[in-house]
Design a binder for this molecule. Structure first.
Ligand code: AMP
Ligand code: GLY
Length: 405
């Protein structure tokens, strides 16, 4: 059975590895030169190219990894052509592609989240910020910014500076304190099940310092989050899915809930219309249920009957990035690494006559597995030393956070 994965990052590498375990012929479009070491990558970059490939090759299903094609409606186009596709419709993907849509839906359905004000442009947001007495505040641009459209401003000056770099509709949000965790819902639009919790490390530097990135590392499971699972399912996931169903845009696929655990309980930071990157790299190696069954349950609307089984191991994923990321960085540096017991997941790499070279901000990730988080950490940090490229940057404190209030 052929399956096609859309995307080109570490998450798609992890999806390909999970589906390959079920003995599928896995293809990735467009993939990257690192993924191509293990799987066939197809140079398809538009939905019409994907559609004509699917019409010729009849994949059993397509999984769309990233938010951009989902926001552009690729899932609708494939589904209309009768090609089974795991991923939400364009209307449902607004939960990520428009923060204003998501905040409005949450407000109307009493889903716990930071209070906020939405503005049609930066001028209106500026006027509001000038009237504020209390900082920090959080400024978010409405749209897709690869995890980088958010600024926590501790002063009026920082807030105005953040605004000056934006040209979009703006959300200004209450600053929440607490600790963060990600939870994914697997859903067919009506029923859902949740995965293990994962914790991302969004800031660039150790100790959660520096700018926000797409994610510098993640680990799984997160035992401190377990006491909150039922509350999150009942007060966040069930009502948002019902709201979307009632409003005529049922959500099917993987729903990413980014949560802040606050002294008042869990609150939504954001929803994403997909699995997380790098959370997926940490999550999927612990899934013992064949990933194909998960995809088929979504497609065949029987998620409530899905039997999810998770390994008792722990995983730690550490991202290796190019110096300068998430700002400007140089690429084209040769990449060398040795065979490792850890899983290698490639994102920003390309191939030249000289072998693999860096081509992106997040270059690759290693995922260590172990009987507990300590063992998984030791393994991943031991093997990371053997990866070399000019400007290699990674955090040394992935999975060391104390998740306390
Ligand atoms: P988002 O893309 O909305 O999840 O924001 C990216 C990151 O900014 C989050 O993972 C948090 O670390 C931080 N953040 C976003 N919103 C808030 C908030 N209201 N209070 C505190 N931190 C936030
Ligand atoms: N790791 C954060 C994200 O996937 O958006």
């Amino acid at each position: 059975m052929k399956v096609l994965i859309i995307g080109s990052g570490g998450r798609e590498h992890a999806l390909a590895a999970a589906l390959a375990q079920d003995r599928h012929e896995v293809l990735v479009a467009p993939g990257n030169a690192g993924i191509a070491r293990e799987f066939d990558c197809l140079p398809l970059t538009s939905v019409s190219e994907v559609l004509s490939w699917c019409r010729k090759s009849h994949p059993a299903f397509v999984v769309i990894g990233p938010e951009q094609p989902l926001a552009e409606g690729w899932a609708d186009i494939l589904a209309e052509a009768g090609i089974p596709c795991v991923g939400p419709s364009q209307a449902a993907a607004r939960i990520e592609s428009s923060k204003i849509f998501a905040k409005d839906l949450m407000a109307r359905h009493h889903i716990p989240t930071a209070s906020c004000r939405c503005f049609p442009d930066t001028a209106a947001a500026r006027e509001y910020i000038l009237s504020l007495q209390k900082f920090p505040i959080v400024i978010k641009a409405d749209g897709l910014f690869a995890g980088k459209g958010v600024t926590i401003a501790t002063t009026e000056e920082e807030a105005l500076q953040a605004l000056s770099a934006l040209s979009a509709k703006i959300v200004v949000e209450e600053f929440l304190s607490g600790w963060e965790v990600s939870l994914f819902a697997i859903t067919d639009g009506e029923s859902f099940q949740t995965t293990l919790f994962a914790q991302d490390h969004k800031q660039l530097l150790d100790g959660d310092a520096g700018p926000n990135t797409g994610g510098m590392g993640a680990y799984c499971p997160v035992p401190e989050a377990e006491p909150y699972r039922k509350r999150i399912e009942d007060s966040v996931i069930a009502p948002i899915l019902k709201a979307m169903l009632d409003e005529g845009c049922p959500y099917r696929g993987f729903l990413y809930c980014g949560l802040m655990i606050t002294p008042q309980g869990p609150k939504v930071l954001e929803f994403n219309c997909r699995l997380g990157d790098p959370e997926t790299q940490a999550l999927l190696p612990l899934l013992e249920t064949p990933f194909t069954e998960v995809c088929e349950a979504i497609l065949e609307k029987r998620v409530k009957d899905l039997k999810l089984v998770w390994s008792h191991q722990s995983s730690v994923c550490v991202v290796l990035a190019s110096r300068g990321y998430p700002g400007k960085y140089q690429t084209g540096y040769p990449l060398t690494f040795q065979a490792s017991q850890c899983l290698t997941r490639f994102s920003g790499v390309t191939k030249t006559d000289a072998g693999l070279v860096t081509s992106g901000g997040r270059v690759m990730a290693l995922v260590g597995l172990g009987k507990d988080t300590d063992e998984a950490r030791r393994r991943v940090y031991r093997d990371i030393e053997a990866v070399e490229f000019e400007g290699k940057h990674y955090r040394r404190d992935i999975a060391l956070r104390k998740n306390v209030l």
